[in-house]
Write a protein that binds this ligand. Structure first.
Ligand code: NAP
Length: 497
């Protein structure tokens, strides 16, 4: 029985966040309009649509954390708030011609490679789709990770994850607990403290925090960015190279490490006079091992009378609150879990089945492996954006996204001519992964004495971060060529059965 496809296109992109929209815009620019975007939600924006917690803002300057092909002279501040970034993405979808290609409420449930037709067959909540090229743009910060703490589901009050904020919840006058002290938590905590009756921050590891040099742009500056785009570009370039110059810290070059550690220590000393609290807030691992956070209001919030920093381990969550290892029950009305995302084992990998019937999750046991950080042996014509080794300790992910979008657009153009498939040779992939592992050796991410989502918990490999300069990422992974690929000719897309 022949299958009926809801869509039958050259390219199918999963996700309409920063990556998916960039991919669509890049295909549009290359003249390929034969694509659809599956979006599981009912609007675009990815992580910037989902993370609506109070205080959500970018911690990379917006003039850098934006597409090179869409400079925005109107950014209100150095670090734009979430709503502005979301609007920027919505405008991108519309202005770049991507929006008409997006199918909403279309959750990708499964995808398998069909060798007979050299195409991917994809099942979504809307039905069946077929495409020659499948692009995962589902991100690595999209599915919330919930802590594995006994009793979490027994809590009698209101519980929500930072990435699934309940804006309708009235938190005023409540006893609130926040689990986590990562980039999300330190933005949330200062916002909740004012209205809460009491706020308890549950810290497992202290983060390093440095000052946030933020300010609003004046209307004169915005006019200048508008009229003199070269000035905005110059600022963007400076920001880029400023981030690039931080990479030696991560390689543990002593002078660079001392400089940033001094900055963090000074910030803590300046803001926290209480020595007991300061000791609790002093990290016990090397700076840079986890993300270095930026905030001016986090430490002062912890010194408020109605706020406690709790460092005793959590042993259990009960209907009344949180039980700590020293036997205390901290009673709560609201529990916020700011415990991050499923970044080391990407959920979408469980839904993708390759040439030999193997799931991508099985191919990635022990963490992601990819050729040029984008393609995977055994998975023809699959391209993964923000997959293995594409994250950054410091820098703009948009740079990485644009690099991959260009690589993939060139590959799809090649496939349009060829009409078949490309897939990395296992040996070429292993050599590439080996070169990444060699570069990861000696970095603070592996040797810094912390546990983070940068390192796969079972294999101990650095699987999420790129362990080199960003400019090197582009040099290696920004342009497609067939070296290291198995290239199989096949029927052009329009002639498939
Ligand atoms: P995260 O960095 O993974 O932090 C999770 C926090 O939860 C950590 O403090 C962790 O403690 C704690 N935690 C996890 N499981 C726990 C448990 N069972 N018991 C106690 N504590 C537990 O997550 P995130 O803050 O959501 O940030 C994730 C990433 O999102 C960031 O690294 C960044 O890339 C991005 N982000 C960016 C921005 C931005 O402004 N651009 C804002 C927010 C997030 P440990 O440290 O001990 O593991």
């Amino acid at each position: 029985m022949s299958e009926t496809f809801v869509t039958d296109t050259d390219v199918l992109i999963v996700g309409s966040g920063f990556s998916g929209l960039c991919m669509g815009a890049t295909l549009e620019k290359s003249g390929n309009t034969d694509y659809v975007v599956l979006e599981r939600a009912s609007s675009v924006g990815g992580t910037w649509r989902d993370n609506v917690y109070p205080g959500a803002a970018c911690d990379i300057p917006s003039h850098l954390y934006s597409y090179s092909f869409r400079p925005n002279p109107e950014w209100s501040r150095v670090y734009a708030p979430q709503g502005e970034i979301l609007e920027y993405l919505q405008n991108t979808a519309e202005d770049e011609g991507v929006l008409p290609h997006v199918l909403f409420d279309a959750d990708m449930l499964a995808a398998h490679w069909d060798q007979a037709t050299t195409s991917w067959h994809v099942r979504s909540t809307l039905g069946l789709h077929r495409c020659r090229t499948l692009i995962s743009a589902s991100g690595h910060l999209s599915d919330p990770s919930y802590p594995d703490i006994p009793g979490l589901d027994t809590f009698g009050g209101l519980t929500f994850h930072s990435a699934r904020w309940d804006a309708s919840a009235n938190l005023a006058g409540k006893r609130i607990g926040v689990i986590g002290t990562g980039a999300s938590a330190i933005q949330i905590v200062p916002q909740l403290a004012g209205d809460a009756e009491h706020l308890t921050v549950f810290q497992r590891s202290a983060p390093y925090v440095i000052p946030r040099i933020d300010r609003a742009f004046t209307s004169a500056e915005k006019r200048m960015f508008q009229r003199m785009p070269a000035v905005a570009q110059e600022m963007r370039d400076e920001l880029f190279w400023g981030n690039e110059s931080r990479f030696p810290q991560r390689r543990q070059i002593p002078a660079f490490v001392e400089q940033i550690r001094d900055r963090a220590e000074r910030h803590l000393e300046d803001q926290v006079p209480d020595l007991e609290l300061r000791a609790k807030l002093t990290p016990d691992y090397m700076i840079g091992c986890k993300r270095i956070l930026i905030a001016n209001d986090y430490y002062p919030t912890l010194m408020r009378d109605n706020v406690d920093l709790e460092t005793a381990a959590i042993v259990e969550i009960t209907p009344e609150g949180i039980l700590t290892a020293d036997g205390r029950l901290i009673e709560l009305d609201v529990l916020v879990v700011a415990t991050g995302f499923e970044a080391t084992d990407l959920p979408i990998a469980h839904r993708v089945t390759g040439r030999e019937g193997q799931s991508l999750a099985d191919a990635w046991l022990g963490g992601g492996l990819a050729f040029h950080c984008t393609t995977v042996a055994g998975f023809p014509n699959l391209f993964v954006m923000l997959g293995p080794n594409t994250g950054l300790g410091a820098g703009s992910m948009v740079f990485m996204i644009e690099t991959q979008a260009n690589y993939i657009a060139e590959a799809t153009a090649f496939l349009s001519e060829l009409g078949g498939s490309v897939e990395p040779e296992a040996q070429a992939q292993a050599a590439y992964v080996g070169s990444i592992a060699a570069r990861a050796e000696g970095t603070v991410w592996l040797d810094g004495g912390c546990k983070s989502w940068y390192v796969h918990p079972e294999s101990g490999r650095l699987t999420t971060l790129w362990p080199d300069f960003m400019s090197q990422f582009r040099a290696e992974n920004g342009s497609f060529d067939t070296e290291g690929y198995l290239v199989v000719a096949g029927a052009p897309v329009g002639e498939r059965v």
